[in-house]
Design a protein around this ligand. Sequence first.
Ligand code: BG6
Length: 490
Amino acid sequence: NMNPKSLIVIFGATGDLAKRKLFPSIYQLYEKGKLSEEFAVVGVARRPLSNDEFRNYVRQSVENALRQELSDLSFVSHFYYHPFDVTDIASYQQLKTLLAQLDETYHTDGNRIFYLAMAPEFFGTITSRLKSEGLTATNGWKRLVIEKPFGHDFRSAQQLNVEIRQSFAEHEIYRIDHYLGKEMVQNIEVIRFSNAIFEPLWNNRFISNIQITSSETLGVEDRGRYYDHSGALRDMVQNHMLQMVALLAMEPPIKLTTDDIRSEKVKVLRALRPISHDEVDQYFVRGQYGRGIVNGKEVISYREENNVDPNSNTETFVAGKLMIDNFRWAGVPFYIRTGKRMTEKSTKIVVQFKDVPMNLYYRTNEKIQPNLLIIHIQPDEGITLHLNGKKSGENMKTTPIELDYCNNCIDGINTPEAYEKLLYDCMRGDATNFTHWDEVAASWQFVDPISEVWESTKAADFPNYEAGSMGPKASDALLEKDGFRWWPIH
Ligand code: BG6
């Protein structure tokens, strides 16, 4: 069904995510005719608002996000507001009545999406009340969309999972990892499995290492309260970075079905070599930004940010070396790094191939460049293949050649945003680009020993990288001791 009918209930409707991503995404789907006229959105949050006030708010959010005025207001007429207290049973009863009415008005067949875009401490309470008060007892389908963080470690994630599983079955739970909605992240699978020239080489015989960098220029902004208890490992590595590793390393799925793809990803995460407490320093590097200059502007250090402990031990940068102990990848390091206040905003994957068995050009060239396949996730989207060719006019000299494919040069303007795609997938019941519990579990199990060590030992050298740099020196050393280096990401 390409135009699914449903009621979407957004918990946390006055929050940042709803404003910046969800309302604009719903609008885009509406504009493109991907939503049936038969839909309604119920915004749920604590503050008292009338439907009209809420519609105005939605309209402004969309206009701000898209930088254009909405001429046609029929879109916002689909929005309703329900003021709500998470713990108050009566709130759920009223919401239930409202949903029943809207269901009739919009002929949505009892289909319901419950989207939790709010503080995670309430996830469990809300889902259990949705069930106990009968909101999940519907004639149509019901789905739960749940934002990160999914737990703080394996134990708390498991606890949360047990709680929500009492009200929703695994196949009804859509755990968001917005990286899975990015166009070029989705392209990893296509590049690998639809090209005869890559898949045969995609293993430890031909690949020497893989590097994934996701750098940001922003600091913690107004999220100090959350971030200082999270850190880059939980915020980025447990989810986005490991998801990219899984997509790069998985075996070809039997078919392109949700179950087949997810089970291949789970296998990768299970094959990650566990890192024990005393090996953490060998495989992982942590960093925290000091003052510095980013994009030409002086910025303060992490410890000076709002709602951050002035002696904070929280990492804002992580570099790591991951080993995947299976037949395909034995011996091939996957290096990852991610951090705030780095040189530029960029997510890139560099696949470095092994050197040719013999360098025939050694007399005239110091070294032939290794072949690199670079997958540009953002801000530019595309693929670059680094080869060697003959230097024209010169005898037997090689020169680096780059084959460039730019995705957003071709359909950039039409590239839907991650959230738009993910919402649409959820409406159609396609959970492929959401994380299964088994993936979440395996990634926490991998990450936990690292955060345990980092939490219990004070990083004496924090802050250890200057804002605007590519992280601490130890991050470079991590690769150098294996004879590699981070490839430049621009
Ligand atoms: C979020 C993290 O999941 O991802 C943020 O909580 C981070 O801290 C963001 O800034 C990065 O996402 P993107 O799409 O901008 O790379």
